[in-house]
Design a protein around this ligand. Structure first.
Ligand SMILES: Nc1ncnc2c1ncn2[C@@H]1O[C@H](COP(=O)(O)OP(=O)(O)OP(=O)(O)O)[C@@H](O)[C@H]1O
Ligand SMILES: [Mg+2]
Length: 253
């Protein structure tokens, strides 16, 4: 088996009395696309925030490439090769696409001088299909392009592990298809991907394995098939199993 790139050991994150993530452990192997699913409020984004250093875990630890990263600030985590996108995209609206991605490149491990950061950014912009928007102000982009910009900004930091938080949300089917191509191309570069997604059909087709959170706890883990057919998952994730079956059938149609 390939070595682990990410290990989450018994992570708990409490906000006062609310336990958003409860004793969650998971392992991601190098080169894998690992899907993270679960109902609204299950703790998915909070777990990302613990992994990339926005929050210190209340207990437990996070290991990246064999080294403990929990407790480090986000800029140090990204320097070590772990970048993430945000569920609520917040580009620097008054800056161009190129400038936004250049900022991402500046936070990478290499400490690039400005000119080299711009070159790296231009490459990532081409790779993510944003080439013709390079000089457009980020505030003028539609949601699909903003999401792609968010991916480009994270990618510009040259991560070995990329965390994607709902990059398909709010996209129409053709925009989803384009984003899926981008995600596959990232994986083909050897970058491991941990992704949160609500669009079942997309996450099922992309992921090598899936982890399910429910009320902050890990409910299930396995291949997309195993998870999709787990009655506990169907019930937790989609409520009424009969409804869930119909929804899944409709998505597949
Ligand atoms: N900074 C915070 N302070 C207090 N409570 C928080 C904070 N961040 C998240 N929570 C709470 O933690 C729980 C988990 O939230 P989280 O955003 O991680 O869920 P999620 O699985 O990402 O949901 P969604 O699918 O809707 O994005 C929720 O009850 C949320 O209200
Ligand atoms: Mg979330």
């Amino acid at each position: 088996m390939k070595p682990a790139i990410l290990e989450v050991h018994n992570v708990t994150k409490a906000f006062g009395g609310l336990i958003a993530v409860k004793d969650v452990s998971l392992t991601q192997y190098q080169g894998e696309i690992l899907g993270l699913i679960g109902p609204n409020g299950a703790g998915k984004t909070t777990l990302f925030n613990v992994i990339n250093g926005v929050y210190k875990p209340t207990s437990g630890e996070v290991i990246f490439e064999g080294q403990k990263i929990s407790g480090l600030p986000p800029y140090e985590v990204v320097r070590r090769g772990l970048a993430r996108t945000h569920q609520i995209v917040k580009p620097l609206n008054e800056m161009t696409v190129l400038e936004n991605v250049t900022v991402g490149a500046c936070f990478g491990p290499q400490n690039l001088p400005l000119e080299a950061a711009q070159e790296a950014a231009a490459e990532v912009i081409e790779f993510t299909g944003l080439g013709k928007y390079a000089d457009v102000l980020a505030g003028k982009l539609n949601i699909a392009l903003k999401k792609r910009l968010e991916v480009a900004r994270a990618l510009a930091a040259k991560p070995r592990l990329l965390l994607l938080d709902e990059v398909l949300a709010g996209l129409n089917p053709s925009e989803v298809a384009k984003m899926l191509d981008v995600i596959r191309a990232i994986r083909d570069q050897g970058i491991s991907i941990l992704m949160i997604e609500h669009i079942m059909q997309a996450i099922m087709s992309l992921s090598d394995r899936i982890v399910v959170l429910n009320f902050g706890e890990k409910l299930a883990e396995g291949s997309p098939d195993e998870v999709a057919n787990d009655p506990q998952v169907i019930e937790a994730y989609l409520g009424d199993p009969e409804m869930a079956k119909r929804i899944l059938e409709e998505e597949e149609a």
